[in-house]
Design a protein around this ligand. Structure first.
Ligand SMILES: Nc1ncnc2c1ncn2[C@@H]1O[C@H](COP(=O)(O)OP(=O)(O)OP(=O)(O)O)[C@@H](O)[C@H]1O
Ligand SMILES: [Mg+2]
Length: 222
């Protein structure tokens, strides 16, 4: 469950604080999937980073599965993030020296990657269609394959909250459709809360709930 109440965010800037978000509200229940669209610079990544407990808000509340992450001490916050949140970064952020399997296992390493984690990672890699690429390093993958590996990595801890920043950003239509299929399919299997930030109306149209970020606030659209 995700609850955002009256969230504001401003960044310090040379000419005074830059207000990016002013009074954002959003509630999503378990099993819901939402797409957020908005022009470049409207604050979509900023909002997603706050929802990912990676960046604190200036004011307002963020409640993730009943907890207010920014009230937690740093070590507990890191553990909370690792356990509860799967994040797919815009540039996939895979470790270049690691294989697909090793990359997918990274989030499990804090608890010591056991046999169960390895089996589940392998299963996810098969689900995203990378069985034959499991030993490849990111430089030996296509753009779409990297995004699919990032998707598997975001899911490996079975997080109940999954946030994706432009998961189909640099992909052609076929690869983008495939990544979207996988995203929604994994979401249906794991009954998480899914939020995707995208410029693609084609991707957004596949989500039951759609929001537009503009003028520093979030509005639900058709
Ligand atoms: N750390 C920062 N310090 C100061 N300003 C920032 C910082 N990060 C982002 N901004 C500014 O905040 C605004 C929102 O940035 P953000 O990255 O959230 O936009 P976005 O909607 O994700 O854009 P895009 O679609 O291009 O990815 C931008 O005008 C940006 O310049
Ligand atoms: Mg962005």
């Amino acid at each position: 469950m995700l609850e955002v109440i009256n969230l504001t965010k401003s960044y310090p800037a040379p000419r005074g604080p830059l207000l990016v978000l002013a009074g954002v509200n959003l509630t999503l229940a378990e099993g819901e999937a939402a797409a957020i669209m908005g022009p470049s610079g409207s604050g979509k990544s900023t909002l997603l980073y706050i929802l990912g407990a990676l960046e604190p808000p200036t004011s307002g509340q963020v409640v993730l599965n009943g907890r207010q992450p920014f009230d937690l001490p740093a070590a507990e916050l890191a553990a909370f993030r690792n356990r509860q949140i799967g994040f797919v970064f815009q540039d996939h952020a895979l470790l270049p020296q690691c294989t697909v399997l090793e990359n997918v296992l990274v989030p499990t390493l804090v608890g010591g990657a056991d046999g169960e984690a390895r089996a589940f990672a392998t299963q996810l890699i098969e689900q995203v269609g990378l069985r034959d690429r499991i030993d490849h390093r990111p430089s030996e993958l296509s753009g779409g394959e990297k995004q699919r590996a990032a998707l598997a990595r975001a899911r490996v801890r079975r997080p109940r909250l999954v946030w994706c920043d432009e998961p189909t950003g640099n992909l052609d239509r076929t690869s983008a459709d495939l990544v979207a299929d996988l995203l929604l399919d994994l979401h249906a299997r794991q009954r998480s809360v899914l939020v995707v930030v995208t410029h693609s109306a084609r991707l957004a149209d596949r989500f039951p709930r759609r929001f537009a970020l503009g003028d520093r606030v979030l509005m639900e659209v058709g």
